[in-house]
Design a protein around this ligand. Sequence first.
Ligand code: NAD
Length: 512
Amino acid sequence: MSDMDTAAATTDIADRVEAVLARTPTGLLIGGSWRDASDGGTFDVENPATGEVIATLASATRADAQAAMDAAAQAQERWARTSSRARSEILSRAFALVRERADDLALLMTLEMGKPLAEAAGEVKYGGEFLRWFAEEAVRDNGRYVDAPEGHLRMLVTRKPVGPCLLITPWNFPLAMATRKIAPAVAAGCTMVLKPARLTPLTAQYFAQIMIDAGLPPGVLNVVASASAASVSEPILADPRLRKISFTGSTPVGKDLMRSATDNVLRTSMELGGNGPLIVFEDADLDKAVSGAMAAKMRNMGEACTAANRLLVHEDVAEEFVDRLAERMRALKIGNGLEEGIAVGPVIEAKARDSMEAFVADAVERGARVVVGGRRVDGPGYFFEPTLLTDVPRDARAVTEEVFGPIAPVVTFRSEDEAVALANATEYGLASYVFTENISRGLRIGDRIEFGLLGLNVGVISNAAAPFGGVKQSGMGREGGAEGLAEYTTTQYIGVEDPWSDVPAAPGDDTV
Ligand code: NAD
């Protein structure tokens, strides 16, 4: 590009940024309208690539949270009686609007979260698919009407919406984590209060307006961003009209919320942290394994619960795998995700960048070798180099903890048993990946690995049609697929008197 072209592109993007921010609601959505916080309080949203404040939003108080809960409770009965076709059509319209406004949504996500624009566009596509999938599922959620085995009773089994739900989402996938909860809740006929992450609320605000534009009735979706998460969650969790909490975020916060959810015995869905292994066997196709590792580790700057946190590589192929991966990682361009050709954006905040430094220092102290990267990049913004570590001891923090950033530690193994033991040596159990050209071995690993998700020769497996979720301390419940809708429904059984009970039994009939 010439200097003049670059200047024109910069002005163009600056205009687009200004326009999208002007279109993004900054208030609280309660009962169908956007309003200020009851005490007039606000909080700032920063761009992690520059450290600049990009927006100021209303910060919900306890009273606002209570008002949102009231709105959800009031809207519940009528919403539950809406036909599934009507709910499905709202989701279909929302899906079309997400496609129409995809550029706005992608831009907002890059601005508030830092992921490169191309990845943000990918998330718009992925996040939108939940709307399409649950629009299709909404009208297929059938119950059954059958005879009791003894023949004296008919059994009517129906599925009803669970009721008002509290949805809490993290900052790393600002659109997809919201649509993965909102779409099935709408399909099932539940009302909601959504609390998006304080660091990335803009995408959720913008998306909530899409739901209103798609025809969602007032009170069905309420959105209460806040500088104080507990001010929102505490009064809502204490309200006896709440029926469910669905949370995506870190394991410690999830455990706290589970404790609070016991008082009212809430239905609980928890999508928590991960410490995913990516196993490369000696019989793997290394092209696939390296590409899979790049996708599973470097997507979203490594800030994904599905990230391959630990690369477990058979010692016979470790050297070649590391050489090839190093070449790919060195080629990644780091910078502001709004610029052309950027593959790695900033991490979310200064604290996250400092924690990357601490992970590397700890590993090196224990004997690891830095093959690529390893350092922070001077600001503005919070950047950390894509980092590849080898000879990493098994007790290094980068191996035992969820890194949530662009650091890939390589650990070697000698046998299948050892690989499985290493993979399972964590309290987490969300995503795992295996690379082998031996399909029996791949499926055997599926049996032995204690993870809710397994990618077999692929590095990205998330899909709206698939049941996504973890085991062990990675959580409970599933999002996406048919299972995703079941999380928002409850089963009711109605025993119906036998319509033939006053008709004399046929000779020889021994009905009880
Ligand atoms: P976090 O737990 O800090 O925050 C998640 C959400 O909870 C945010 O909205 C936050 O404001 C809110 N929150 C924090 N404290 C709260 C409290 N006391 N009461 C109520 N709400 C509270 O997590 P994060 O840093 O935003 O996200 C990163 C974590 O999320 C990682 O551990 C990652 O693995 C996990 N994650 C899991 C999945 C999954 O599907 N399993 C998906 C994405 C992220």
